[in-house]
Design a protein around this ligand. Structure first.
Ligand code: SF4
Ligand code: SF4
Length: 322
């Protein structure tokens, strides 16, 4: 899952009188365009609504080649140059064409950078070789892996599948191969833990980076968003509620192209829950102008009428741009 960035601070805190100027500013300061190569996942994390989403009537699938090409083009047309391949819920490597798609994004002259999150269950030797073979390495910000602790029991508790040994092997193999290749690719490894878990970064290094790859960065995540009540695990700590949301959230400047060809504002997991589509602004068949109009309407309603999209009302990841 994507982390919060400060990229757009300064953009949304001011109420602009001139709508045209407002449009120009938000285009200039655009942040991430997410392209969801798959909404299918192979885990059932206790902090994630994936099991409820998979059981809903949502179309669960990998993005097809034509939808990917159209998504990349639409992202560029809308002014984005930074891509995220992290699905809201889903697993990147479930799409067998992931490397071809990321390679074509890396070759695109309008794309300046990209990154993704994966759960590393399918980080096979074949996929590791594909990572090593990606072109234009300088455009890759980082590749991030999300895991459930540093032992099999914790992993099973957090991710609800028996894949600790697989994930441990995979991430260690990636680090060893990157080190042997003399790579400087940044690898982030986020351990998602229950509130009483004392695992630290040093343990994470020893568990997942036995080769001592210099560009491996472990991180501990112990607070979660309850996703408007979808998640209520007593073992988890949650972000505090936010009752005052005076200005639009800075992540509304992100856009997401989902695996089914729909287009959304915001790329975080909170933005699409079962029965929640207030941040969906159209589909790939819509023109750039129509998508932009709908996008601006969300900003204008929040600023002018304090009409907050229902997806954003319970969201604890909210952050106003300053
Ligand atoms: S958090 Fe990621 S890996 Fe876990 S179930 Fe959700 S989508 Fe899958
Ligand atoms: S408040 Fe809205 S835009 Fe911001 S992170 Fe939450 S769902 Fe996304």
């Amino acid at each position: 899952m994507p982390g919060l960035k400060k990229f757009l601070n300064g953009l949304l805190g001011r109420r602009e009188a001139d709508a045209h100027l407002k449009n120009k500013k938000s285009q200039t300061f655009r942040n991430v365009a997410y392209i969801e190569l798959s909404n299918v996942c192979n885990a059932k994390c206790i902090f994630c609504p994936y099991p409820q989403i998979a059981a809903s009537d949502k179309n669960m699938q990998n993005m097809d080649d034509a939808t990917f090409a159209a998504s990349l083009q639409k992202a560029v047309d809308l002014g984005y140059s930074r891509l995220g391949f992290t699905p809201t819920t889903g697993e990147l490597f479930a799409n067998k064409h992931w490397a071809e798609h990321i390679a074509s994004a890396l070759r695109h002259d309008k794309i300046k950078s990209l990154y993704y999150y994966s759960n590393a269950i399918l980080l096979t030797d074949d996929n590791i070789e594909k990572i090593l073979a990606l072109p234009n390495r300088h455009k890759i910000e980082k590749f991030c892996f999300s895991v459930g602790g540093s032992d099999a029991a914790t992993y099973k508790k957090m991710f609800a599948v028996d894949k600790f040994e697989v994930v441990q092997r995979n991430i260690n193999a990636l680090c060893a191969k990157l080190k042997a290749a003399g790579s400087d690719l940044k690898i982030n490894c986020e351990l998602r833990l229950a509130k009483t878990d004392k695992t630290n970064k040093s343990k994470a290094q020893k568990t997942f980076n036995r080769a001592g790859y210099a560009h491996f960065h472990p991180n501990i995540v112990k607070v979660f968003d309850p996703l408007g009540g979808l998640i209520h695990e007593s073992d988890l700590d949650y972000l505090p509620e936010i009752s005052h949301k005076p200005d639009p959230c800075y992540r509304l400047n992100d856009i997401r192209f989902d695996a089914n060809g729909k287009v959304w504002m915001c790329g975080c997991v909170v933005s699409e829950r079962p029965g929640e589509s207030s941040l969906q602004i159209g589909s790939l068949t819509d023109s750039r102008e129509d998508l932009e109009k709908k996008r601006q309407a969300v900003f204008a309603q929040w600023r002018g009428q304090e009409k907050i999209p229902s997806a954003c009302q319970p969201c604890r990841l909210y952050k106003a741009a300053k």
